[in-house]
Design a protein around this ligand. Structure first.
Ligand code: ASP
Length: 432
């Protein structure tokens, strides 16, 4: 059996939903379907999830409400589905109370999209609210969710499940982060221990570099779980980073496929990478900051290091990289996680490290991902050559100890240029 998840563009209008039906009917194993909310139909269109976020900010905005209702009604009418679905949509949006939570409103995109798809396919609808349960740390309670799921699901059932949300222990609707329907699909794959998790989107697989930066970006036919986790964490946004581990831990293969071109094939993700090239892909993202502490022999002072890390823990700051020199300690972290606490964090760090803190903002990180860089002097020397030729000033260089990636820190202004220069340079040397 396969779990089959469809993204927003695959469910944006009736002609897309017809393609989805054809895909599902082409394979008897596609019995469990996860649906996103309807996405963009054309470039300037607005995703339903974004309309719902706008509605949440202004609950009695008649225009936004009507736009959302119209999108669903159009789907229901075009697909010639039961009119009761129209009544349900209208009733919900015309009776939203002021105190309804943001999560509940936003989840209705996936909820109604799945009801429509279930009705069109003749599949049973199972609401994620009834089984996908978040614990108090915002993580899925795996055992409880699985148990609840099997109370609703019978062997052989053909079902449609809304992605992106579940509920907390108190029963309130709770969302994954944006793009989270991928995670719903991954957990369902894990509960059911399926042979394959298919993730249908609007591109024929994972690109080895962001195609909006490099025109002839190649797609990757086969990639390992670790490589895709690194690439998606660093900004390649085909698959949500958190959707990989539930499959990786059970060795469930994931396939990224294109609803608009099913025959083109896509990217297979498994525990091995059959990719022939030395470099699998390059991705990068902005939004990092570094904090440097300078004091004689700080590097060898383990107690200070311990206390410094404790500060990051207390203020919940996500650490990305730690670099030490004899007299310096530099911690690079997600700038957003410093949030409003910067003055308090600096003060605490100055006390525990007995030094002045220098903050460096606007850092971007670029990751060159490979299956094995050990002894691959070609790749490493070319990376430095490309940086030199393109006069790219580096702020940080880190060769991961598992030999799977080299991370380069650059100024935010240089992010796109670094990615495209590295890709084109390594591609010319036939290393990608
Ligand atoms: N509809 C949600 C979003 O736009 C979740 C998803 O599509 O996976 O982020």
């Amino acid at each position: 059996m396969k779990v089959t998840k469809f993204g927003g563009t695959s469910l944006a209008c009736s002609s897309q939903i017809l393609k989805v039906k054809n895909i599902i009917e082409a394979d008897e194993e596609r019995k469990v379907v996860v649906a996103s909310a309807p996405g963009k139909r054309f470039n300037k269109d607005i995703k339903i999830t974004d309309l719902l976020l706008a509605l949440n900010a202004c609950k009695d905005d008649i225009q936004i409400k009507q736009d959302i209702i119209n999108r669903f009604v159009e789907l229901i009418t075009d697909l010639k589905l039961d009119e009761s679905l129209i009544n349900e949509v209208e009733y919900y949006f015309n009776n939203i109370k002021e105190d309804v939570s943001m999560s509940e409103i936003v989840s209705r995109g996936e909820y109604f999209s799945s009801k429509i798809l279930a009705s069109y396919l003749g599949f049973k609808f199972i609401d994620s609210r009834d089984f996908m349960i978040f614990n108090d740390e915002d993580k899925i309670d795996f055992e409880m969710s699985k148990r609840e799921f099997f109370k609703l699901y019978n062997d052989g059932d053909k079902i449609v499940v809304p992605g992106f949300y579940g509920r907390d222990y108190k029963g309130n609707i709770h969302l994954f982060s944006r793009g989270g329907s991928d995670i719903t699909g991954a957990y369902l794959s894990a509960f059911l221990e399926v042979s394959l998790y298919e993730n249908w989107t609007d591109v024929s697989g994972v690109f080895s570099v962001n195609p909006s930066l490099v025109k002839d970006a190649k797609t990757i036919s086969h990639i390992s779980y670790d490589e895709i986790r690194e690439l998606s964490y660093m900004g390649a946004n085909v698959l949500h980073t958190d959707s990989i581990l539930p499959c990786q831990e059970r060795n469930i293969k994931i396939c990224i496929l294109n609803t608009n071109a099913p025959h083109e094939g896509g990217t297979l993700i498994s525990d091995v990478s059959n990719n022939k090239s030395l470099v699998t892909g390059i991705a990068g993202k902005s939004g990092f900051a570094s904090l440097t502490m300078t004091r004689r022999n700080i590097q060898s002072d383990v107690k200070t290091l311990y206390k410094v890390l404790e500060v990051f823990d207390v203020f919940d700051v996500l650490i990305e990289n730690i670099a030490t020199g004899v007299d310096t300690l530099t911690i690079t972290c997600l700038a957003q996680s410093l949030k409003v606490n910067i003055p308090e964090i600096i003060e605490a760090l100055e006390v525990v490290s007995d030094s002045k803190i220098v903050i460096d903002n606007n850092i971007s990180l670029v990751s060159i991902v490979s299956k094995n860089l050990e002894g691959k002097f070609d790749v490493i020397s070319h990376i430095f050559e490309i940086l030199k030729i393109n006069k790219i000033k580096t702020r940080l260089i880190d060769h991961s100890s598992d030999d799977k990636s080299i991370i380069i820190g650059v100024d935010d202004d240089n992010l796109d240029n670094t990615i495209s220069s590295l890709y084109c340079g390594l591609n010319n040397m036939r290393l990608i």
